[in-house]
Design a protein around this ligand. Structure first.
Ligand code: CAA
Ligand code: NAI
Length: 246
């Protein structure tokens, strides 16, 4: 059990990667707070894991809204008494070529993918500081590291996540809090299901492992960074993308 008795908040846990992470973390002994905007899906998925005997609960949150984040963190602390791990996994896309991208869609993606990560991390910080230890795991993307056609807004946020990760790793390391990011390649979830087939075929051709990633491939990277095996890993961006770009 690599996360025995640890309390983990996973945002976006009603989605593909977040749900896989919730199950893997729970299997490794963690008490998992599954936090998501999508209440119906989140509660149903949490029930499924509870029926398997795992210690998981669903918490509603809109990461873009600071009040909602504070309420979620308060509720998690009431339920579990501490927070050891935060996985900032919630994210959205609003893809468009630069010429057609609306300011509203630019801002919407910033609000969730960038401001949301700031909100959640700042909100759990007092609990982690009181604990004298903690793990923050952020979700970047191959798009944030290398850019991607049609993703001005999304790539900006995922590059921004790398900047915040490294800044927090420097600020919080001495407080016993390790901060790292995972940069996934193209993973089979609802997010990639929206991409035109022709584009996905092009992307697939760039992957040396010759397959898309599975949600578990990313969840296992989160697990490593959350576990004691990563005690001396701080400020890193772990690329889990089948070698799509080197
Ligand atoms: N590389 C090069 N050129 C491309 C391209 C690509 N990947 N994609 C599109 N183009 C070109 C097209 O060939 C076209 O060229 P012409 O004008 O010369 O014909 C031009 O760009 C416009 O393309 P579309 O006709 O497709 O324009 P559109 O406005 O209908 O749609 C789009 C644009 C919404 C960006 C659509 O192409 C799209 O959805 N692309 C996928 C974007 C993508 O990869 N998203 C990843 C989502 S998954 C994710 O985000 C997870 C993660 O972290 C990786
Ligand atoms: P998904 O669409 O399956 O899941 C995203 C989840 O986030 C959904 O359950 C959604 O309800 C939730 N969410 C959206 N807005 C929210 C908000 N404001 N507050 C709380 N929850 C919210 O997507 P997927 O693929 O599981 O993505 C997870 C993370 O991985 C995202 O940050 C994404 O950007 C990132 N990523 C995904 C890749 C992929 O190819 N699928 C590649 C690289 C990164």
């Amino acid at each position: 059990m690599r996360l025995q008795d640890k309390v983990a908040i996973i945002t976006g846990a009603a989605g593909g990667i977040g749900f896989a992470a919730a199950e893997i973390f729970a299997r490794e002994g963690a008490k998992v707070a599954m936090a998501d905007f999508n209440v119906e899906q989140g509660e149903e998925l949490a029930r499924g894991l509870q029926e398997k005997g795992y210690d998981v609960s669903f918490f509603q949150v809109n990461v873009a809204d600071r009040e909602s984040v504070d309420e979620m963190v308060t509720n998690v602390l009431s339920a579990y008494g501490k927070i050891d791990i935060l996985v900032n996994n919630a994210g959205i896309t609003r893809d468009a070529m630069l010429a057609k991208l609306s300011t509203a869609d630019f801002q919407k993606v910033l609000d969730v993918n960038l401001t949301g990560v700031f909100h959640c991390t700042q909100a759990v910080l007092p609990a982690m500081l009181a604990n004298g230890r903690g793990r923050i795991i952020n979700t970047s993307s191959v798009s944030g590291v290398y850019g991607n056609v049609g993703q001005t807004n999304y790539a900006a946020t995922k590059a921004g996540v790398v900047g915040m990760t490294k800044t927090w790793a420097k600020e919080l390391g001495r407080k016993g809090i390790n901060v790292n990011a995972v940069a996934p390649g193209f993973i089979e979830t609802g997010m990639t299901a929206k991409v035109p087939e022709k584009v996905m075929a092009q992307m697939l051709q760039m992957v040396p492992l010759a397959r898309l990633g599975k949600p578990e491939d990313i969840a296992n990277a989160y697990l490593f960074l959350a576990s004691d095996e990563a005690n001396y890993v701080n400020g890193t961006v772990l690329h889990v993308d089948g070698g799509i770009m080197m």
